[in-house]
Design a protein around this ligand. Sequence first.
Ligand code: FAD
Length: 489
Amino acid sequence: MGKVVVIGSGVAGLACAIRLKAKGYEVTVVEANSYPGGKLTEFTSNGYRFDAGPSLFTMPTYVDELFEISNEDPREYFNYKKLTHSCNYFYEDGTRLTAPSDPNEFATVMHDRLGENRRSVLRFLRKSGRMFRITAPVFLEKSLHKWSTYFSFSGIRGILNLWRLRMFSSMDSVNRSSFSSYKTVQFFNRFATYNGSNPYKAPATLNVIPHLEFGYGTFLPENGMHDITASLYQLALRKGIQFEFNTNVTEIVIDQKKVKGIKAGERTIDAELVVSNMDVYHTYKRLMKGFELPQRIEEAEPSSSALIFYWGIKGSFPELDLHNVFFTREYAKEFESIFNYGSIYPDPTIYINITSKHVSKDAPEGCENWFVMINVPANKGQDWDTMVTRARINILEKLRRILGKDLKPYIETEEVLDPVKIESRTSSRKGSLYGSSSNSRFSAFFRHPNFKSGVKGLYFCGGSVHPGGGIPLCLLGAKIVASMVKPIK
Ligand code: FAD
């Protein structure tokens, strides 16, 4: 009685497994890779440790909650610190700023560095917070595909306040009308990339995202981002969840509209509930025989992907910190390149993450572990070898321009991650980072629900389904799945 199989051990799969175990189920997680964590994993090279995927951590309480519902104290197993400064920004004209996490200090910096009106910045952040409080209980914490959501207090409040969300204006247009400086607009437009979207198309509803950074803050786990999935995996083991690695699920067995289990090659594992943490597109295409992929999922525009150079840097750069952004001059053209032409913009916005600034053991003494990322299109069969070679040259040239140093002699190790590798390592459709983009006004409603209507016992969690990608949303998706499942007495 009460057997569950979770397909995939991404952060949402782990969270779902822990939640269902806490509800009394016998849970097995089946994972194609030899390690847990999916995109949220790590590797080492020549004495440098790198977080392979996510680098920005917000809403850590959603991780803590998983320990708490398992009757454990998170502080015994998972610790993180709040950052006083969220990120360093570099513009091509030589302007530099370090953004404090405190809204008042931040508004002062935006005034002093960019000439922006302090009050405009504070007003914008207040609105962002108000919008977050309206949207989160309806759009993020509940299923959008159950009537009960709309007839709850928060649902009715959300609907009555929909006009405030500026769904019919783009992020960029609202940001242009909110600020006088192009650089401030660019600063706030960048938040669209937090879910792989285009600020020139995505609805201004996404202006809730800055509230995560300036309302709740940004955090870093004690041992880097990998701590998140590593500690959840350990928690799952302590609670008796079974893991099967190197096991590729090939079918979800469904009989008479009821889940019966899964098949992995010749092997069958029986279960009453199956939760797929695999990208929903591939779940339908590869695992659900006889089921048509809903058209809106087939046609959904994938989110952007990423090209990452992991560089072991022999040297230290005091002008950099944990998070650093080097803006392009022509932001609109960069997004046009990514989303309209499927190409990499020659002068890309570069993000550099250096955990060794805070976790000294992540790099040899006097050295730094650089995670150098640019946004790139999803994989549509482009010539990635040529594109990656060209992008590397452009990145090095841009950093030389802004930092005033040729970095080539500093690079002592290098690994590369591109959309093709992201796709092959985690089954993400076209290597997208966050499932489908939020470029359409209705994308929140078009994502696949966390359940399959008409099939008893089949659920979905992870970045490709409601409420979307990114660690906090993946964790909320797992919570929604668990809320739909009855506890075992
Ligand atoms: P995934 O991590 O996609 O894992 C799915 C798992 O399912 C994989 O382990 C896969 O092997 C397994 N699987 C798939 N098919 C099968 C099968 N048939 N059988 C068995 N197992 C299977 N988010 C943030 O919040 N902050 C960031 O800074 C950030 N930056 C990012 C940078 C990069 C480079 C990337 C790649 C992502 C980033 N993200 C970020 C997004 C975030 O990583 C994802 O949204 C999140 O980790 C996705 O988790 P998931 O649970 O959907 O599963």
